[in-house]
Design a protein around this ligand. Structure first.
Ligand code: HEC
Ligand code: HEC
Length: 286
């Protein structure tokens, strides 16, 4: 029994190390314990397939033959910087994507290198497991649009408990206050993000910073996505009132950072409080 307990503590210690490694807190370049396939699924699949055609971004099958490896590394590390530098290839890709700029994802060199290896090996397969999901072609009707509106405005709660879209986004079709302004106006998002196929994939695993924070652990269900897509398709009939989008977005991101910071310090204070109480209790006992 004693021996068993001793082994137990040993294993617990090892477990803590493995957990820290997994969380990327320790380890070389935080690359250990990260799997390129998981990285691709969580960060790239919302906008790219490998051999399944274009979504918001280009199909990545054969990209390592089309582009130089150093170029790919530099591009993924900071797409906006590459585009702003006037690189002709990046400019061309931006144009083909209707002006949508790929987000900068905080992955680090080692994980990006592993992703490029993955792109290369998956491109050689007859069918990659990242060829993309098959999007239903069931015609979407008024009932889907109505269901989507309920979800958008929060009258229908999300199954996994994510926040209502309306608290951060507006669309032209919704009257009154017009929704939140933390996120961009979504009136034309159906067209902007590649129609039914592109938007369905995008919402399946949002990879932009705020959306990933809001829905990464509360993913939308497939039927919720379908209703929302129907709703956004119906919105395209409205003209989008021009808004100073950059300013909105900037304020929105600042707001989100502030909110996260606030929550974090609240949480810390709460924990601190609990710990203090425990220490005091221990002190009284002792
Ligand atoms: C929100 C959508 C989005 C996400 C998420 C995204 N990309 Fe992109 N990606 C794009 C767009 C759009 C382009 C085209 C260039 C542009 O407009 O910025 C692009 C271009 C690329 C290119 C150049 C393609 C070519 O044909 O030369 C590569 C490589 C790439 N992305 C890899 C990735 C990887 C790897 C990930 C995940 C770590 C990822 N992307 C995540 C939208 C996205
Ligand atoms: C906590 C605030 C918040 C909530 C809730 C939220 N969003 Fe977002 N959303 C944002 C922000 C901010 C952006 C800009 C990109 C980023 O930072 O993630 C965004 C971007 C988007 C985009 C990309 C728009 C574009 O033009 O590129 C789509 C699509 C989207 N959200 C859909 C939704 C849907 C659908 C819901 C509800 C299920 C939702 N969002 C709920 C904050 C939010």
């Amino acid at each position: 029994m004693a021996a068993y307990r001793q082994m137990g503590t040993g294993w617990t210690g090892l477990g803590v190390w493995i957990a820290l490694l997994g969380m990327g807190i320790i380890g070389p370049g935080a690359a250990w314990g990260q799997d390129a396939a998981t990285d691709f699924r969580n960060n790239c699949m919302s906008c790219h397939t490998i051999g399944g055609g274009r979504l918001v971004g280009p199909d990545l099958k054969g990209v390592t033959d089309r582009q130089d490896r150093q170029w790919i590394l530099k591009f993924i590390t900071d797409p906006k910087a590459m585009i702003d530098s006037g690189d002709p290839e990046a400019q061309k890709l931006l144009k083909e994507s209707g002006g949508v700029v790929m987000p900068t994802l905080p992955l680090g060199k080692a994980r990006i290198e592993a992703l490029i290896d993955l792109l290369e090996s998956e491109s050689k397969l007859p069918r990659s497991k990242f060829a993309g999901q098959v999007v239903s072609d069931r015609p979407l009707g008024p009932a889907d649009v109505a269901a989507g509106e309920k979800i958008f405005t929060g009258r229908q709660a999300l199954t996994a408990g994510g926040a209502a879209c309306y608290s951060c986004h507006s669309v032209e079709g919704v009257g009154g206050l017009g929704g939140g302004s933390l996120g961009p106006d979504l009136t034309k998002v159906f067209e902007r993000l590649g129609g039914r196929k592109g938007l369905t994939a995008w919402l399946g695993s949002p990879a932009t910073p705020t959306m990933q924070a809001a829905f990464g652990t509360h993913p939308l269900e497939q039927n919720e996505i379908e209703s929302l897509v129907a709703y956004f398709q119906a919105q395209t009939q409205f003209a989008e009132t021009p808004k100073p989008r950059q300013i909105f977005l900037g304020l929105g991101l600042a707001g989100a950072c502030f909110a996260l910071w606030g929550l974090n310090s609240l949480w810390k204070r709460r924990l601190g409080g609990v710990r203090r109480a425990m220490v005091q209790k221990a002190a009284i006992k002792g």
